[in-house]
Design a binder for this molecule. Structure first.
Ligand SMILES: *[C@@H]1O[C@H](CO)[C@@H](O)[C@H](O)[C@H]1NC(C)=O
Ligand SMILES: *[C@@H]1O[C@H](CO)[C@@H](O)[C@H](O)[C@H]1NC(C)=O
Length: 468
């Protein structure tokens, strides 16, 4: 009898093969699990990296260099293209009030001078604040980054974006039901308007419309809006002190014209959509963390470095005068306007009833000749200015400003209390600390042996407002 064919070999082989297949599929499974693990790890690392870059204050204690500010911006903007759960959580955290009945305020131009101070003051009393700023280079962006750092230190997120970005604005209002908008983003400066007119139209007209559009048609509820107009709308008005009832139809600069246009546009959005809108006409605001394009600021720099400054006389040979208004007083005015703002009345682009429309002067009610301002600086800096006095060119500056603030006083108890000498002393104190310049005599008294001012400059940078 022939032995049965030995199948054991084939069965063995088959068993071996199936074993190999099993092993392979297990390996495959293990390999894919490994791959998944690695991908997850990589994603986590990328997320952590983005998160960390989003918060430079945790990393850097120095002035951001132009380069780092730039890379920061490009990363941030890719991240802020409405980036997911983490982003929304951070936005909500910043914007949520911590006191009962607190406001939730979107502050545009939050890394600007007035924006920074108002954001801090709101946060301090328990309101929620979310900042927006495009960090443009009209003046030194590193100063804006330092202000952003200061705000971040106080738990305020400032998103790096432009107010012309309607998609972002819509997203923000979807994520947070802001009760108020404090709209301070703008192209400032009277003389720069002759060099770059389009930037005024883009910011002060198109940007304003972009914000009003979203607030009127998408925000639910519609927020109440308080925004920065300007004392420059009084233009060639000669009746003093300037009252809200005076003519504002003769602007002397394109800057003033775009702010005046803004007041007209505000009327339209109030009329058609029921937005509650308050315009604030600021009078030469100054103080710590101020704007380097303003005279008191660049005069300080020039006096300290021994460069000449140019002072203007009017065509009648009189000193130019300004109603210099200290930042803390202006902040009180802004908060007063927010607190007394009525609710908007529309929804989804439909007006449901009449809404509040207001305009107020926020000045100091006490004009000072610019020459006197320079004398105060000379004393504080213990150094004489080299002065060029010339007749004022026809570039949009007006010879004299003086605010009548009766209306703001009546409606929200606005009462400026800081005179120019006091305010400039606080400014100079901040300036020497921030820029780390040698302490001038008048400031140095009683501070000897406490190390260089430069060291204290770091403090100012990591988070204290010199004046607050
Ligand atoms: C919006 O502003 C940015 C600058 O922040 C500019 O680059 C961009 O062109 C502007 N877009 C529009 C539509 O004006
Ligand atoms: C200030 O303005 C109010 C109206 O808001 C007016 O009644 C008052 O007379 C003005 N004061 C001066 C000094 O012009």
């Amino acid at each position: 009898m022939a032995p049965p064919p030995d199948t054991s070999k084939t069965t063995k082989l088959e068993r071996y093969n199936s074993y190999i297949r099993r092993v392979n599929s297990t390996k495959l499974l293990a390999a894919s699990t490994n791959l998944l693990f690695r991908a997850t790890l990589l994603t986590a690392v990328v997320l952590i990296l983005l998160f960390t870059l989003h918060y430079p204050p945790l990393l850097a204690g120095h002035h951001p260099s132009a380069a780092s500010a730039h890379s920061h911006r490009s990363l941030l903007s890719s991240y802020s293209s409405y980036g997911g759960a983490t982003w929304e959580r951070e936005v909500r955290r910043s914007a949520t009030p911590r006191r009962r009945g607190g406001l939730s305020v979107l502050v545009t131009g939050a890394a600007g001078f007035v924006g920074t101070h108002c954001s801090l003051a709101l946060k301090k009393r328990g309101d929620g604040v979310l900042g927006l700023d495009n960090f443009n280079s009209y003046y030194d962006p590193s100063l804006k980054r330092s202000r952003q750092k200061l705000l971040s230190h106080h738990g305020i997120l400032v998103i790096d974006a432009d107010i012309n970005d309607s998609k972002l604005l819509i997203k923000l209002f979807d994520v947070v039901p802001f009760s108020h908008v404090l709209h301070l983003a703008a192209q400032a400066g009277v003389r720069y308007a002759m060099r770059n007119p389009q930037s005024y139209v883009a910011s002060n007209v198109a940007g304003l419309v972009s914000l009003f559009e979203v607030a009127a048609k998408h925000a639910d509820p519609q927020p109440a809006i308080v925004w920065a107009s300007s004392s420059s709308v009084y233009g060639l008005n000669t009746a003093v002190p300037f009252s809200e009832l005076h003519r504002t139809d003769r602007p002397a600069s394109l800057y003033a014209a775009t702010k005046k246009a803004g007041e007209a546009i505000a009327h339209t959005y109030n009329h058609i959509y029921g937005l509650s809108i308050t315009g604030l006409r600021f009078f030469t605001v100054y103080g710590p963390w101020g704007r380097p394009d303003m005279a008191y600021f660049f005069f300080t720099k020039a006096i300290l470095s021994g460069n000449a400054i140019t002072l203007f006389k009017t065509r009648d040979g009189v000193d130019v005068q300004r109603d210099f208004t200290y930042i803390d007083d202006v902040v009180q005015g802004c908060l007063g306007a927010l607190d007394t703002a009525g609710k908007s009345t529309g929804t989804g682009g439909k007006k449901r009833g009449p809404a509040q429309l207001r305009v107020y002067n926020l000045g100091n009610t006490s004009p000072v000749p610019v020459g006197k301002m320079v004398a105060i600086l000379e004393e504080l800096l213990a150094k004489k200015a080299k002065k060029n006095v010339v007749t004022m060119p026809r570039n949009g500056d007006v010879p004299y400003t003086h605010a009548n603030v009766t209306l703001a006083q009546k409606d929200f108890k606005y009462r400026p209390t800081t005179d120019l000498a006091t305010g400039l002393r606080r400014f100079v104190k901040w300036y020497v600390e921030y820029y780390g310049v040698a302490a001038p005599h008048a400031q140095g008294k009683g501070k000897r042996g406490k190390g260089s001012v430069g060291e204290k400059g770091k403090d100012a940078n990591t988070g204290r407002v010199a004046s607050a």
